[in-house]
Design a protein around this ligand. Sequence first.
Ligand code: ADP
Length: 271
Amino acid sequence: GPIYVSFLRDISRRKAAEEGLTEARDRALAGEKAKAEFLAVMSHEMRTPLNGLLGSIQILRDTELDDRQSGLLDTMHSSGDLLLGLVNDVLDLSKYEAGKMRPEARVFDLQQLFDSAVETTAPLAAANDNVVSVEWIGPPAGDVEGDPRKLRQILLNLLGNALKFTHGGRVDIEAEMLGRDRLEIRVIDTGIGIAEADLDRVFQDFERADSSYVRQAGGTGLGLGIARRLVGILGGEIGAESEPGEGSLFWVRVPISLAGAGTAGVPAART
Ligand code: ADP
């Protein structure tokens, strides 16, 4: 009867719709992957000429110039720097989107990793007149097993932000073991802080707190998005607390193992 017919038609229609959806999803996924791979290649290839430009600008800056010329070179240099930062960020992001990033398990010296991150950001700290300190609560000196490169990038992004949004203040890095296999890192600053309404948004791509100060500080709005993804790959968590005008606290918790301790420099077997 008519009921039977319409029932059949309903099922086939729904089936067709479902198949269409699956197909569209597969196409979209393939498209996303192709886009990510394209971005990865593009951003990688853009770095070489950009570094060439920046290097040449640097050399020119050391020659004798009048005020107008050196002003122009300064502008060229900071624009180039910004562009290089953006290219690097997009490269990181696209690697992640292409599914090429896996957690690594290596033996490394945690304290050395922290020291090197502080050293890398020292010019920024000096430029903004900030004092940086590292406090160890729990983690033993010496080797641990984890993913040093991702951890370093996460720390650099958080530390870079803390230093960028703090002027004439303090930035404290705290490291604490939670049990035997989880590390919590806290980056605490006495900077401009983040309004409650912006706090969730700052972890999204290209999202920046809406203030003229933030716009002026420069940046791509990708740093925390990258940190969030890297923490995700490591199977950890990331979050923030803040009080506008008082400062911010960014924390990450990542798995780390003390098992590799004592075998310095020997890469641990992948698990
Ligand atoms: P970027 O720093 O390039 O703008 P991020 O993704 O690293 O991008 O940060 C996003 C936004 O979060 C920043 O633009 C800023 O508004 C806010 N933010 C991040 N870290 C801090 C901090 N330590 N203090 C104040 N605001 C911050």
